[in-house]
Design a protein around this ligand. Sequence first.
Ligand code: G6P
Length: 605
Amino acid sequence: MCGIVGILGSEPVAERLLDGLKRLEYRGYDSAGICTIHDDQFDRRRAPGKLKNLAQRLSENPLPGLAGIAHTRWATHGAPTEDNAHPHIVGEVVIVHNGIIENFKPLRDALIAEGREFYSQTDTEVVAHLIAREIESGAEPRAALAAVLPKLHGAFALGVMVRTHPDLLLGARLGAPLTVGYGEGENYLGSDALALAPLTQRIAYLEEGDWVAITRESVEVYDRENNLVERPIVNSGASGQLIDKGNHRHFMQKEIYEQPVVVAQTLRSYLRPLESRVALPDMDFDLSSVERVVIVACGTASYVGMIGKYWVEQLARVPVEVDVASEFRYRDPVLLPNTLGIVISQSGETADTLAALRHMRSAGVVTAGIINVPTSSMAREVDLLLPTHAGPEIGVASTKAFTCQLAVMAALATNLARAKGRLEGEADVVRQLQQVPEAMSQALSHDAEIEAMAPKIAVARDVLYLGRGPEYPLALEGALKLKEISYIHAEGYASGEMKHGPIALIDDQVPLIVIAPSGPLFDKTVSNMQEAQARGAQVVLISDAEGIAQAGENAIATIEMPTVHSLIAPLVYAVPVQLLAYHVAVAKGTDVDQPRNLAKSVTVE
Ligand code: G6P
């Protein structure tokens, strides 16, 4: 979602701000802007659309200045026009904002009643007016910000400058991440460490409710009670190099191909092959006391939770409830004693998942987090961090984070099963998990076939995905992936549900992607597939050699996966599902890495 970069520099900042915005592009945005202070005046360039439009404006009309703030905006209030693009200037104040001010309407109405004029439709402009009003009545910039913050409800990260104080950069966070970067004679503000990586590796992560006053020589952090506090400076370890696509056409393709390596990397931190053991990091609670599990996540990560439900219930016989975070937080969930709450998130910042985590913690539930960004808010707040080691995921549609999350979920399910005294054959589980990277590589070797069949799917208006057992959530993931990046309407169903409605949609124009490894459930899925075929469905069967030999005859295409144990099948079958969505999107010519309207890190509800 929105991205923030601020620099109080000893050299001109505009190009460096633009570079920082490029590093935040992956979050998803639809307009961008930069404002500097030069000769005691604000100077600003903004542009709707991609950063190249802003870069063009900057090259036609460069921005001087040693201090500035910059922003990529993902529209919430008002269309992605130049007028709505940040930074917003009101009087002496310029501001950039990530998040949503939920009470903006009454604040705006009151400001208008005072005679103040608004020129944008954004909630952000309200904050600019409030700070400007404090300054007009004589407040110092720090005091003005501190006076306004308690009036704001919602989630925000803010970057603020005041024209008459060109040596001061202010920031604040509540519910959206913000970091401070420490340089030599310069200091910075950024949405994440990645944005600041070419400038500095020395980073402090602001805590909830913090606000910060930055000069070139000093950084003062205050908590929400305005006490001066210390936030540790850590080495971010983020690479200053712009992450590139290597030999790949898109980040998504690169990330699909990275999976054997990053899943192996993730598994390495959980598998102890010499001891035939699947291990977890040390924890200060007893897994054997867990009597139920509640898993909460959003989007692709929620499908990991659904697959986790099959695994945990099967292996550990502990009941599992899975919820999308946006529903969980408002339905007053029943949280009984001895519940383990699990959140799953690539970014560790998704607003609904973070809120669900806080809800569980405040109800006394012990929490674990399967999280890819170790410095994220969720990673810092869970009781037990179970990291994935997928590396930065840039494509908006999640791929490698998904399979790494599955690897960790398998490790967690195995540990829970052992703690419950139900695990048989741990050595076999270790062996199966060790085979995942190789099996994924074999799955990737079918890329050219999948690419060849993509044009047939690309002309469809609707696509259905079917799966049973742990392959049912994979069907949901396949459909989500396809709609996210190709804009084709797609739905995933549990195979057995086919005849309870979706079969009415079937005709010879509707491709049906069937995800069915051979095994005890195979025949049942094949029956459902045949019912659809009898009505003209164009079946693509993803199965192994045995399954394809048995049921592939009337399919328009088959994709043969290696024969794998049912535990690891979702990790392996994820690959063709991702590749199919990828190639269909490429065939349709969509913006694969930054699909329309989507954001990578959804920091608003
Ligand atoms: C967005 C992304 C999805 C992701 C979801 C949850 O919608 O586009 O790819 O699955 O958020 O994100 P998280 O960072 O919590 O895994």
